[in-house]
Design a protein around this ligand. Sequence first.
Ligand code: SIN
Length: 362
Amino acid sequence: MFVGCYRHLLTAISPLMVSAALLVSHPSFADQKLPNVTILATGGTIAGTGSTSTTTVGYTAAKVGVEALIEAVPELKNVANVKGEQVFQIASENMNNDYWLTLAKRVNTLLAQDDVDGIVITHGTDTIEETAYFLDLVVKSKKPVVIVGAMRPSTAISADGPINLYNAVILAGSPEAVGKGVLVCLNDEINAGREVTKTNTATLNTFRTPELGLLGYMQDNRPHFYRQSTRRNTADTEFDIMGLDSLPRVDIVYGYANMDPTALNAFVAAGAKGIIHAGVGDGSLASAVKPSLIEARKKGIVIVRSSRVGNGIVARNGEANDDELDFVVSDTLNPQKARILLMLALTRTTDTKTIQTMFYNY
Ligand code: SIN
């Protein structure tokens, strides 16, 4: 694991020298009690292995266990008292509501303990943004929760997992991260769970918060924050999943030229309680689909107009008369994040005015 050049280089120049350098440049690590950080491992490329050191596509995700991930970064012990738990071991395209509930319950249980100062979650990058937003809405603590992944498997030359994990542990143990909501930290950058999205299939700088911007950087073994999300999160939300063992079904209908209602009707038939319409432009509704959305709403299904564009506010009563249709708009949430908020909203209410207020608050 993590057997690329990075690891060999560190071994060659002696871990002791690296540790000593950290302590010299940051007396805080030497002077202060180290924070207690628990690493919850869930799989992904950060725990992936390839057949050769140059295999950066076509590798197998979710192979390496949490203890091996921790052992591969001995520098962690200089910055935190680290414990690891393997919550599950999956490629994140297999993430689902059940895994989210399991993970969120474990996070809440751990953060309620006095001997846990922060949590790092290792995760596949494909759905990291969804898990981050889910936890942002259901974690009941202001203590830091940092989600981290990697774009290269642990066996690759210049694997990004070790430095990403190292930065994530520092961030999760830092007072600066308290109360900032669930954070996503890769490639030396800190983004908000609500806002971040994966923007490139393969590059290391794939995680972006387009237009609104990142929160800060990891540099010189510490976080540097420049802004934070204005939306309610973690201990300030009304959502409580601790007593839940399932979430309401919400599906996403994607907008495109020549669209018809086949997918929408199938989701309705499958028992969807909510539909996210990922419309073109400002969440526009095709004439071929609008009557089926109206029918779905009449059956009590909550319809949220989002956009496939990726940036900007979906304007209420803009491209559709939402007041008349009794639809909700997603504000700036992309469709996959709007799905998460609608699922949680439906655990509290089916009232569309209340749900609309949630979309403006979270
Ligand atoms: C995954 O999401 O589990 C695979 C891809 C990755 O982690 O980069």
